[in-house]
Structure formats: C-alpha cells, structure tokens
Design a protein around this ligand. Structure first.
Ligand SMILES: Nc1ncnc2c1ncn2[C@@H]1O[C@H](COP(=O)(O)OP(=O)(O)OP(=O)(O)O)[C@@H](O)[C@H]1O
Length: 234
C-alpha cells in the first residue's frame, strides 16, 4: 500500500530525514520507533505533505505522492492524526466529526457515518453535542482518531496517540486499533510507548538521527532488549 524509498526531508538547512525507506502492506500495523528527535513525526509529515522540502519517493496505492499537495493526498485515502490533535475550538463533537468529511466523497451519507462512528466510540456518542475542547485529553484524542476514520481512509497515520492520556483510555484506544486492523484499515503508528506499540504491531522500523537503523517483526523487536535500550526510550 505504501512504499517509501530514499526519502529525504529538510527543515531549512537541517537534513532531518536521510534516505528513509520503508513499506506498509495492506492490513498491517507498522510502527515507527526511536528516541526523541529521531525523525518519526517528520516521516509522517513528509508522507502527508506538510514538509516544504523533500526528495525521494513515496508511493501510495501505486501513485507518487511527493509532488502532490496535501489535500490531494487526503483525497487518495490517507489520514493523519497529529500529536497536537487539532480539535477545533467552539465546535461540538458532531461538528468536529463533520470536518472529517469535508474532503470525502462520502459526504452525502453524513448522518449515517456519524452514527456509525458513534457506535464505535461510545464515549463520543454520549457527547456529540458537547463542545469538543471541554472533553478530557483522552476523549479529544478519540475524537481526533474518529474524525480521521470517518472518511474511511485506506491508511491512517497516528502520531503518539497515547501521549498524556490516562492508562484506562490508552487501553481502550489500543483495543480500537486492533479492531480497525480487523476491519482492514492499515495503520502507520508512531508511539513512544514501545512495548504497547509492539504488542499490536506486525512490524516496526527503528529510526535514529533521521535514518532507519533497524527493522524487524514486532515480535522479534519485543524480545530484543539491546535494540530497545540503544534506540528507544525504554
Ligand atoms: N519545525 C522544525 N524546524 C526545525 N527543525 C525541526 C522542526 N521540527 C522538527 N525538527 C527537528 O527535526 C528532527 C526530527 O524531529 P521529529 O519531530 O521528526 O522527531 P521525532 O522522532 O518525531 O521526535 P519526538 O519523539 O520527540 O516527537 C529533530 O532534530 C527536530 O529537532
């Protein structure tokens, strides 16, 4: 589904990604791990079109993305939940969900899609008319994920979904990722909580200083304490 080869990205003169190559097959959960500043977020931003300067190749469902603007990439079936969530102030949960449909061909079935999402996210179902920013951090994270899911993307990219969220909600969220996978959604996950991420992932890539230094099945990595100690914050 996604083939990245020799991806390079820059912030001004700073060369943040160096020849990153990775693949995500349909239906997989693939995890990017590595210490702070390793380049995980920059990889996601390059895929979705938020980096000014990139070089290399990012092929999604057979199409080269790097020269396409971000809105075209979304329309091709990519979704991105950034670390900072971007819940819109002054809008209810329902209105935030609606925003997820703006670029989607599914817009006509809006009420039906919101009802479907509400079934999957019972916490949101109870709060559809509440102002979204008054919800807890974890509930807002659920909303950000629901808003990305509502357009039924083929690939969803999640940046640090567990950050700052209480453990009971993190467990709920990760159970949801397993369900998403069962339903055929492909997931590219950036997560500091390595054990948690590897527990649901099929494979993982380890990044360090902007480069891929290791990749393996999640099971192998879980057992590899040397790699985890060397490259991850565990
Ligand atoms: N807007 C920016 N301008 C300049 N440099 C940046 C910018 N954003 C990130 N960087 C730098 O690019 C490198 C990669 O950062 P990135 O955010 O991709 O790392 P990360 O692996 O996601 O880290 P974290 O786990 O801390 O979120 C870091 O050295 C970082 O300081």
């Amino acid at each position: 589904m996604l083939q990245i080869s020799k991806l390079n990205a820059w912030y001004g003169a700073s060369h943040a990604l160096q020849d990153v190559s990775l693949e995500v097959a349909k239906g997989e959960i693939v995890c990017l791990i590595g210490r702070n500043g390793a380049g995980k977020t920059t990889t996601l931003k390059s895929i979705i079109g938020l980096m000014d300067r990139t070089r290399g190749s990012v092929i999604f469902k057979g199409q080269e993305l790097l020269r396409q603007p971000a809105h075209v990439r979304f329309a091709l079936g990519l979704a991105y939940v950034p670390e900072e969530r971007r819940i819109v102030q002054g809008l209810s949960v329902r209105e935030n969900l609606r925003l997820g449909l703006v670029a989607s061909p599914e817009k006509k079935r809006e009420a039906e899609l919101i009802a479907e999402i509400a079934r999957v996210f019972p916490r949101l179902a109870e709060r559809l008319d509440q102002e979204a920013v008054t919800m807890s951090g974890g509930e807002q994270q659920m909303l950000a994920i629901a808003r990305a899911m509502i357009a039924k993307p083929d690939l969803i990219m999640l940046d640090e979904p567990s950050e700052g969220i209480m453990p009971v909600l993190v467990d709920e969220m990760f159970a949801l990722f397993r369900d998403m996978k069962r339903q055929g959604t492909t997931v590219l996950l950036v997560e500091q909580n390595v054990e948690l991420a590897l527990d649901i992932a099929d494979r993982a890539y380890v990044l360090d200083q902007g480069a891929v230094v290791h990749h393996a099945s999640a099971r192998e990595l879980l057992a590899d304490s040397e790699i985890k100690e060397r490259y991850c914050s565990v």
